[in-house]
Design a protein around this ligand. Structure first.
Ligand code: SF4
Ligand SMILES: [Zn+2]
Length: 420
């Protein structure tokens, strides 16, 4: 907290949700208690837009939070990623001490990225989506603004989120070491004050007179955790069009990979169906019928992993073939290519013709996804637990996934299929 107070540029990451709103309200009441100048001259609020928010979240912020910022003349900056690559930088969507509107969408949104990749957000390996679409634009902006000085950064983590703060501190310590100076001085006032989620909600309700809508992407695989599942399903009933977009992405993702449903062991499709959200399911089916489709070719090479003894004996890297074992998973090299586009019926016919030409059946499987996925397999892995094997199939799904292969794919594929 001391190092936060010492900074010249102090800012708050405002995630549009109830926690950071509580912090905004408390700061507005008594800025000096948080180490901020009475006239807010050393303070700004920043939001990074992922491009996919529920409209009620935006409405709540516009009608209840922005008027307060305007009345105090607090600088509010809205940013987003400018493109797929980090090198595209960030786009400032709005930067004003008199904010009137939430600009929910930048030039390159999380959904743009997921739809082009044909994947749902990954739950493995941390929240990559929020790193890329929230942390990255905010950090870039602030580092640029501060000109090499430490930026004080407030997070609205509540007292139930101690673990998140520990993680953020650890990550920050690593960054400081890489940068050679303290880039950000972090502080978590709600945590320090011991405000639990319930306290926060009560406080905001008291002050604004509303139950503020929770902020998260409708496509969030963690929404079952972040927001209780019944609340989330209720919200999807309110916004069936958003639900249909996420259902479409999940279907696409599972067409390319059966295991890539939105939730770890469950599909959103099943949950929405069980919830009898017929409006969302109807819109999803209509999208499937109306949109352009593609036949994709998917190739995956699953290399064998290194034996544990090799890791002990040979360190981080070792290329000796004798150190690999087909019972350990190595790297998956994926290539996806659009072979053909057309209407749903046209690509269906194309797949059937291709199956005939290849002398293979069209597999129609409803095992993973209730709508059913059609594939023609030309190389099948004999056992999913045996590595050093490849798979190759054609599948029909909504169009739009960009051709992409992992670096090194062609070489690995050629080596693993030589002589077959
Ligand atoms: S709300 Fe969920 S999907 Fe959106 S950025 Fe955060 S972790 Fe990712
Ligand atoms: Zn080795």
């Amino acid at each position: 907290m001391q190092s936060f107070r010492a900074t010249k540029h102090k800012s708050l990451n405002f995630g549009l949700g109830v926690d950071s709103t509580a912090l905004v309200l408390a700061i507005i009441d008594d800025p000096t208690a948080f180490g901020i100048a009475e006239d807010f001259s050393d303070f700004s609020i920043v939001t990074a837009m992922t491009g996919f928010e529920f409209p009620d979240t935006i409405a709540d912020v516009e009608s209840h939070v922005l008027p307060l910022l305007r009345s105090k003349g607090i600088r509010y900056t809205q940013v987003a990623r400018a493109g797929r690559q980090d090198s595209a930088g960030v786009e400032v969507l709005s930067d004003t001490t008199s904010p009137g509107k939430v600009f929910g969408k930048g030039p390159w949104t999380l959904m743009d990225e997921l739809e082009e990749n044909g994947t749902v957000p990954q739950y493995a390996g941390g929240h990559v989506c929020s790193q890329k679409h929230k942390a990255f634009p905010i950090d870039r902006l602030q580092l640029k603004r501060s000109g090499g000085q430490t930026v004080g950064k407030l997070f609205g983590y509540n007292a139930d989120e101690h673990k998140r703060a520990v993680k953020a501190n650890k990550f920050q310590a690593e960054r400081n070491q890489t940068a050679g100076y303290e880039t950000f001085a972090l502080d978590y006032p709600l945590l320090r004050l011991g405000w639990s989620r319930q306290d926060v909600q009560g406080y905001v309700k008291n002050r604004l007179g509303i139950d503020m809508a929770k902020s998260y992407c409708p496509v969030c695989p963690f929404s079952g955790v972040c927001s209780p599942q019944p609340d989330h399903l209720k919200r999807l009933r309110k916004y069936p069009g958003l639900a249909a977009r996420v259902l479409r992405l999940e279907y696409l993702s599972m067409a390319l990979n059966d295991n890539m449903s939105l939730y770890k062991d469950d599909t959103l499709f099943r949950r929405v169906t069980d919830d009898q959200n017929t409006e969302a399911i109807g819109r999803f089916n209509a999208r499937l019928d109306e949109e352009p489709w593609a036949v994709y070719r998917l190739q995956r090479a699953y290399t064998a992993g290194r034996r544990p003894e090799c890791k002990t004996a040979h360190g981080n890297r070792c290329a000796k073939p004798e150190c690999r074992d087909s019972s350990f998973k190595g790297t998956v090299y994926r290539s996806v290519k659009t072979v053909r586009t057309g209407s749903r019926a046209e690509v269906g016919t194309f797949l059937h013709n291709a199956a005939t030409a290849l002398n293979r059946p069209v597999e129609h499987s409803t095992r993973a996804h209730g709508v059913g996925i059609d594939r023609v397999r030309t190389r099948v892995r004999p056992d999913p637990k045996v590595y050093g094997t490849v798979e190759d199939f054609y599948v029909t799904a909504p169009a739009g996934v960009q051709d992409k292969a992992r670096d090194g794919f062609a070489k690995v594929w050629a080596a693993m299929t030589a002589g077959q």
